[in-house]
Design a protein around this ligand. Structure first.
Ligand SMILES: Cc1cc2nc3c(=O)[nH]c(=O)nc-3n(C[C@H](O)[C@H](O)[C@H](O)COP(=O)(O)OP(=O)(O)OC[C@H]3O[C@@H](n4cnc5c(N)ncnc54)[C@H](O)[C@@H]3O)c2cc1C
Length: 405
C-alpha cells in the first residue's frame, strides 16, 4: 500500500509515525524546507489537559488521550518537558460560573483538577500570581514541551523506518478519483492520500472538489515578551484566564520556552493572509480580497459575536492592555514588556450553516483521500491520538467507508 501525506507539521508526522509501524510505503510532501515553518513551529508548546472542550467531541477525546500519548513519546525519547500545571484565574464574577462548570467537567472526563477557594490556597500553588478573586482552578496535568524537539525526533525515527520526506515540494492539486498528486508538474499515484496541510488543507480539499460547509477564517496570534527584575519573580505555573467557551480561543496566557524566555500571548486577531506573519511578506492579493470580504461581512453582521471578539482581541495588540492583563496575573511588576517576533496563525474554519467559528476538529474521508480540516489548538497536544484515530477508523479497519466525523 502506497500512502502520500501532504504536510510535515505535527499532524502529518504523527500519522506517518503511526502508519509506519505497519509495513506501509509512505511519502510525505512538504512545500517548505523544514517541518516547523507554520503551526507546529509557532505554537505555545502547551500540552493541554482537554477540559475546555465539550465532552465526547473529537477535540475533547483526542486531546485527553493525545496528552497522555505526547507525554509518553517525550518520556520514551528523553525530551524536554516541564510538568508545571496550569492555574485558571477568574477576572469577573461570570468567570467563576465558568470555572465551576470546568471543575465539574474535569470530573466528568477524568482529568485531575484542584478547586482552590482562598487567596492562601492560590498563593500556595503559585506565590508569584496576583489573584483578583479567591476562586481558582489548578489543572495538574497541563505541561509544556518543545514542539521543535518533538518534530525533530519524529523525523529521525521516520527516516530510520524508511519514510521519505520530500521538502521543497509543493502539492498543487489532488484528485479524489484516481488519487493522483501533481507536484512540481509531476504526477504520482498513491492508494491513499492524507491531506494534513494545516492552513492550506481547505484549499487542497477545494481542489479535489470536496464540498463542505466550512470556509477558512485564519486568526493571528502575537506574543509579548516579559522580563522581570529577578528570575525568581517569574510564575512557575502557567497562568490562564477563564476561557469564553463559545469561542475556540483560550485567551492571552503565560508561556515559557525551553530556553527560559517568558511570554504573554497569543492574541487572536483576524488576519488577511494564511501566511501573513509579517506585513506584506508572502502577500497574495486574491487571498487578501477574499479573506477581507469574509471577515468584514461577519464583523458587520456580528456573526458568532465576531465583532466583539475582534474588538476585545484587537486591544491585546497594545501595550496598555497587555499591562492590564499582566497586573491581574503577576505579583511583581515586569521591568520590560515588548512585542516579540514569535507569531503564529490558526487554521480556523467558519461553519457556513451555523454561522459560527467551528469548535471541533474536522476529518472527512472522500474516496481515497482523508482531509484533516480545522486542526486548531489543541491539535499539537492531540496529534498522536488523532493519528491513532485516523489510522484505526479509516485506514486500517474501515478502508472502504465513506464516513465523515
Ligand atoms: C499561536 C498558536 C499557539 C498554539 N498553541 C498551541 C498549544 O499550546 N498547544 C496545542 O496543542 N496546540 C497549539 N496550537 C495549535 C497547533 O499549533 C496546531 O494545531 C498544529 O500545529 C497543527 O499542525 P498541522 O500539522 O495541522 O499544521 P502545520 O504545522 O501548519 O503543518 C502543515 C504543513 O503543511 C505544509 N503544506 C501546506 N500546504 C502544502 C502543499 N500544498 N504542499 C505541501 N505541503 C504543504 C505546510 O508547509 C506545513 O508545514 C497553537 C497554534 C497557534 C497558531
Amino acid at each position: 500500500m502506497k500512502v502520500a501525506i501532504i504536510g510535515s507539521g505535527i499532524v502529518g508526522l504523527t500519522i506517518a509515525y503511526t502508519l509506519s509501524k505497519e509495513n506501509i510505503d509512505i511519502t510525505i510532501f512538504e512545500k517548505e524546507r523544514d517541518s516547523l515553518s507554520h503551526g507546529t513551529g509557532r505554537n505555545s508548546g502547551v500540552i493541554h489537559s482537554g477540559i475546555y472542550y465539550q465532552p465526547k467531541t473529537l477535540r475533547s477525546t483526542l486531546c485527553i488521550r493525545g496528552s497522555k500519548l505526547m507525554k509518553k513519546f517525550i518520556s520514551e525519547n528523553n525530551l524536554y518537558i516541564n510538568n508545571c500545571g496550569k492555574l485558571l484565574l477568574p477576572k469577573t464574577k461570570k468567570d467563576i460560573e465558568t470555572l465551576n462548570l470546568l471543575y465539574e467537567r474535569s470530573k466528568e472526563v477524568g482529568v485531575e483538577t484542584i478547586k482552590l477557594n482562598s487567596f492562601d490556597e492560590i498563593l500556595k500553588i503559585e506565590p508569584n500570581c496576583n489573584p483578583l478573586f479567591n476562586d481558582a482552578l489548578f489543572i495538574k496535568e497541563t505541561a509544556i514541551a518543545d514542539p521543535k524537539e518533538v518534530s525533530n525526533k519524529l523525523i529521525e525515527i521516520l527516516k530510520k523506518r524508511g519514510v521519505i520526506i520530500k521538502y521543497d515540494t509543493k502539492v498543487d492539486s489532488i484528485s479524489s478519483n484516481n488519487t493522483i498528486i501533481i507536484s512540481n508538474n509531476k504526477i504520482h499515484n498513491f492508494d491513499l492520500i492524507i491531506n494534513s496541510a494545516g492552513l492550506h488543507a481547505d484549499y487542497l480539499a477545494n481542489k479535489s472538489n470536496l464540498k463542505t460547509r466550512y470556509t477558512s477564517l485564519p486568526f493571528k496570534g502575537k506574543y509579548w515578551k516579559i522580563s522581570f527584575g529577578d528570575k525568581n519573580e517569574i510564575p512557575n505555573r502557567l497562568i490562564y484566564p477563564v476561557p469564553n467557551l463559545d469561542q475556540p480561543f483560550l485567551g492571552v496566557h503565560t508561556v515559557y520556552d525551553k530556553d527560559g524566555n517568558f511570554y504573554l500571548g497569543p492574541s487572536s486577531t483576524p488576519v488577511f493572509g494564511r501566511e501573513a506573519y509579517r506585513p506584506f511578506r508572502k502577500f497574495n492579493f486574491l487571498e487578501f480580497c477574499a479573506l477581507s470580504y469574509k471577515f468584514i461581512l461577519k464583523i458587520i453582521f456580528n456573526e458568532n459575536n465576531l465583532r466583539n471578539l475582534a474588538i476585545s482581541e484587537f486591544k491585546n495588540l497594545f501595550l496598555s492592555s497587555v499591562m492590564k492583563s499582566s497586573n491581574a496575573y503577576f505579583r511583581h511588576k515586569p521591568v520590560k514588556i515588548e512585542l516579540s517576533s514569535k507569531v503564529g496563525i490558526r487554521s480556523q474554519m467558519f461553519d457556513k450553516n451555523s454561522k459560527k467559528l467551528f469548535n471541533d476538529f474536522v476529518v472527512i474521508k472522500q474516496n481515497n483521500i482523508i482531509h484533516i480540516l480545522n486542526a486548531i489548538s489543541p491539535a499539537w497536544t492531540s496529534s498522536f491520538a488523532m493519528a491513532e484515530f485516523i489510522c484505526e477508523k479509516y485506514t486500517i479497519k474501515n478502508r472502504n467507508n465513506n464516513e465523515s466525523a
